[in-house]
Design a protein around this ligand. Structure first.
Ligand code: GTP
Ligand code: MG
Length: 395
């Protein structure tokens, strides 16, 4: 995935802001976007708009310029997709090796873990191994396509190159049989800017959404997203790994945080205010931080640190915070300040469990999580680049 963070860091670090610095910044953005396979038309559209915004201000600040860039990218990346959970038939199409079969399994997991009866079948006659691939990944694999009322069906299909006319014809025949409510085109992020052309080649199939896969492994991912956005077909899901749970509904904020290397400017300011380098990390200070986070979108903040939560995880997180508070309330002031006291003391853990009404194992797990967080905190604190960025940014 393209990261503009080094360019932004360099820009923020300049002691003065003049025409040359701004021009250089814009030039570097252009260069990097082109290298990331973002279509030239889109790149120049972005930088022209940015120049226009800047020319409107008499004394544009660095913050103003970065905020403008953020807003322009955000507008281009479009709306996030909130998944439609109504049971229906979804047919996946795409090129050879684009990730259709893997996505079929991931979608099964996504919908069935939300309580929707979901079945998967494969119409891929060209590669019988594809069916076995699905059988291994999916509990509800069906050999025959026979949808019933109230069921979600995911239909996998064969892939070839778009130039191959017989593929399109074959997919049209499958579509007539399946009669899907949704036909989603699966595109690998490594396709880069050609994603647009590819989608156009299959437009006759009545594509209702695009799934972009492999964003974990490709520097061209930004290009694929921005190219597809040109088509006005919504991006529905994004695959970011080979594992079955590595699929998320499309979220442009998440993408932007990856592209820009940090969260949006307002959130950056909030983190800057919270993040005290000299803070001693113990239960007391951690609780204070958790309380400050409450009422704010925790997901956004975590995403800023490169941690991406899905909805289930985020609910679990809130639950965890509640219990964590109860646990800390049952500690002595000394324990709150010196977490090490709890590391190997069964009697203290037993006492805290009794006092808080939690199970001993829960207390033990939370204490382990606390030490994980402490380690993560120390890692961030030692990340010189990130700390410098925080210090210099005057948002
Ligand atoms: N890193 C990464 N790998 C992926 C992702 N999605 C799929 N893959 C891998 O890409 C390869 C091809 O995936 P498949 O799901 O078999 O692709 P397909 O479109 O069904 O391929 P054909 O049926 O041959 O047309 C496999 O090795 C997958 O593990 C992803 O999001 N990230
Ligand atoms: Mg396949």
């Amino acid at each position: 995935m393209i990261s503009l963070r080094p360019i932004i860091e360099k820009f923020l670090g300049k002691p003065i802001l003049d025409r040359t610095v701004i021009d250089e910044f814009i030039l570097e953005i252009q260069k990097n976007m082109l290298l990331a396979d973002i279509p030239p038309k889109v790149v120049f559209d972005i930088t022209n708009r940015l120049k226009q915004e800047i020319s409107k201000e008499r004394f544009p600040s660095k913050q103003f310029i970065i905020r403008s860039l953020y807003n322009i990218l955000k507008e281009i990346l479009g709306d996030e997709y909130s998944p439609d959970l109504r049971p229906r038939r979804i047919m996946l199409v795409g090129l050879y090796g684009s990730g259709k079969t893997t996505t079929a399994a991931k979608l099964w997991k996504f919908f069935s873990s939300r309580g929707i009866p979901t079945r998967v079948t494969s119409m891929d006659d060209e590669r019988p191994a594809g069916k076995d691939q699905l059988r291994v990944l999916v509990r509800d694999y069906q050999d025959r396509f026979n949808p019933k009322e109230g069921e979600m069906w995911i239909v996998d299909t064969p892939g070839k190159s778009v130039e191959d006319k017989s593929l399109v014809e074959k997919l049209i025949r499958i579509k007539q049989m399946v009669r899907p409510e949704d036909t989603w085109l699966v595109i690998g992020a490594d396709t880069g800017k050609y994603a647009e052309r590819l989608a156009q080649g299959l437009v006759d199939l009545g594509i209702t959404g695009v799934v972009i896969t492999k964003i974990d492994g490709s520097g061209k991912a930004g290009g694929a997203f921005l190219a597809v956005r040109n088509l006005k077909i919504p991006i529905v899901f994004v695959g970011y790994g080979e594992k079955i749970d590595q699929l998320s509904p499309y979220n442009p904020d998440d993408l932007l945080s990856r592209m820009l290397g940090f969260i949006n400017p307002t959130q950056l300011r909030e983190i800057k205010e919270d993040f005290d380098e000299n803070l001693e990390f113990n239960f007391e200070t951690y609780l204070k931080q958790l309380e400050q986070l409450r009422g704010r979108n925790v997901d956004d903040i975590l995403i800023g640190f490169g941690i991406n939560l899905n909805t289930d995880q985020s609910l679990k997180m809130q639950e965890f915070m509640k219990k964590f508070r109860v646990m800390i309330d049952s500690m002595t002031p000394e324990e709150r300040r010196k977490p090490e006291l709890l590391k190997s003391s069964d009697s203290r853990i037993r006492r805290i469990a009794r006092g808080s009404g939690l199970k001993e194992i829960e207390v033990r797990n939370m204490i382990n999580r606390f030490f994980d967080a402490k380690r993560a905190f120390e890692k961030i604190r030692n990340d010189k680049g990130f700390m410098n960025l925080l210090k210099r940014a005057k948002f």
